[in-house]
Design a protein around this ligand. Structure first.
Ligand code: CP
Ligand code: NVA
Length: 321
């Protein structure tokens, strides 16, 4: 339906929810990035675009970037963000997820949620008439990947023909990078420790929607990061995996992004990380603090790309290819 609508009107229909990135195709993402660039240059024309809109932000896990980039961004657009800490009582514990969603939709215009189990997001989306946006789940971190590819485009001028290497744990962030890369025509090499590869279902879905000029490769050999435009890593122990810390640190020790690893990628390769980073583990200070590191641009761009998404999903701002 989305493609038919686009073919007839030239406009991309806003997705009902954003849970993975399956909801938007490559052209749609490129159009979102065009709006993101305009907002980053000057947000003033949209100062009141979310006037009278209340947006609840449910967090079952800690956050710095996601919470603040949404909260500050929504305020810049004239909306009303409500932070709701769910760390002590997971969603669905006090009452069913269905009842919870059916209450929220009576008060708020959008639900942004960081959850332990992706299925909770799916259930909330199924039972709520207002958009649900994934602010990180065990499966995916779509807002992060949007900011990351916008950052790459900003730095490299274009995404066409570019190559991204992801090294370490094939986790939620990795899953969203694979999906976005496939749609945007960026080739991605995932160098994952054995047993920590990205989920097969994600690779299957990405392969289904891959653009002709992109390739997805999964390997355990760090030598394969040679010749990439950017090297991306994430923590070896994600939130909620603390009991596995010792074992995971041992599995990943050959996957640290240090000067030698960056030299393999090439002298111009950018360094990327969603943050928070465990300095001295998955990345050394010398790499994350180097001139090739774009980690704080990624963090800043979370706000701009999320603002574009909110304007598109909640304020009727149209995206045209
Ligand atoms: N990158 C990211 O999502 O950071 P937070 O966990 O601080 O929100
Ligand atoms: N993979 C990390 C990402 C944090 C932004 C986690 O889930 O904890």
């Amino acid at each position: 339906m989305a493609n038919l609508h686009t073919a007839i009107t030239g406009l991309h229909a806003a997705p009902a929810d954003l849970l993975t990135l399956a909801e938007m195709d490559g052209e749609h993402l490129r159009a979102l990035f065009a709006l993101t660039a305009r907002l980053k240059a000057d947000v003033t024309p949209y100062r009141n675009a979310l006037d009278a809109k209340s947006i609840v932000m449910l967090f079952e896990k800690p956050s710095l970037r996601t919470r603040l980039s949404f909260e500050v961004g929504i305020a810049k657009l004239g909306g009303h963000p409500i932070y709701f800490d769910h760390a002590a009582s997971p969603i669905g514990q006090r009452e069913s997820v269905k009842d919870y969603a059916r209450n929220l939709e009576r008060w708020v215009d959008c639900i942004i949620a960081r959850v332990k189990h992706h299925a909770v997001l799916q259930e909330m989306a199924a039972h709520s008439s207002v958009p649900v946006i994934n602010a990180l789940s065990d499966l995916a971190h779509p807002c992060q990947a949007l900011a990351d590819f916008f950052t790459l485009q900003e730095r490299l001028g274009t995404l066409e023909g570019k190559k991204l290497a992801y090294i370490g744990d094939g986790n939620n962030v990795c899953h969203s990078l694979i999906m976005a890369a496939a749609k945007l025509g960026v080739s991605i090499t995932v160098v994952a420790a054995k047993g920590f590869e990205p989920q097969f279902s994600v690779l299957q879905e990405a392969t289904r929607c891959i653009s002709a000029d992109a390739k997805i490769r999964v390997t355990s050999d760090p030598a394969h990061i040679a010749g990439h435009d950017a090297v991306y890593t994430d923590v070896w122990v994600s939130m909620g995996q603390d009991a596995q810390t010792e074992a995971r640190n041992a599995f990943f020790e050959d996957y640290q992004v240090n000067d030698a690893m960056m030299a393999r990628a090439g002298s111009n390769a950018l360094f990327m990380h969603c943050l928070p980073a465990k300095r001295g583990q998955e990345v050394t200070d010398s790499v994350i603090d180097s001139p090739n590191s774009v980690v704080y641009d990624q963090a800043e761009n979370r706000m701009h790309v999320q603002n574009a998404l909110l304007l598109h999903m909640l304020a009727g701002v149209e995206l045209e290819s």
